[in-house]
Design a protein around this ligand. Sequence first.
Ligand SMILES: [Zn+2]
Length: 184
Amino acid sequence: MDPVDIDLASDDHFMQLALREARRAFDAEEVPIGCVIVREGGVIARASNQVETLRDATAHAEMLALTSAQDALGDWRLDGCTLYVTKEPCPMCAGAIVLCRPSRVVFGCPDEKSGAAGGWINLLQSNPPLNHRCEIARGVLGPECAALLQGFFRAAREKKKDQREGHKALRDATGPNGSGDDGA
Ligand SMILES: [Zn+2]
């Protein structure tokens, strides 16, 4: 195996660990995104999206993993670290990543609409004016990462539809002035 093969294999390996975190989010009915941060071949932080659990719109997997990695190293500078995340980081997370200065960011599926690692904008490689630049690898286990998200949103849509139909059935049963939830 040449060095390129070894590197790709280890990106796959660490993205699998990030996917494990994403599945944990899925099981907790959170948008399934997971993140791990690696230094010298070892995982120093792992996190899943916890926006609903913590009732905190900033509790994205990357934010939680960055805080945990800084704790683990006792330093806010994540020099030499690689951050693996299952979906392209949003602008908030990309901004935070640049501040923490990991060397590399590897993501699974792209987010062409609002991604900030080249999808919509590229904050990870905007030096200048930002004072750090990360190497980026895109599309590692991309289809698996995207399938998990698509499965989540499909299930969420179906749940919503079932609820609407449930409300409609209740209205039909109780008449137009019944006690069904007309706000649905
Ligand atoms: Zn984010």
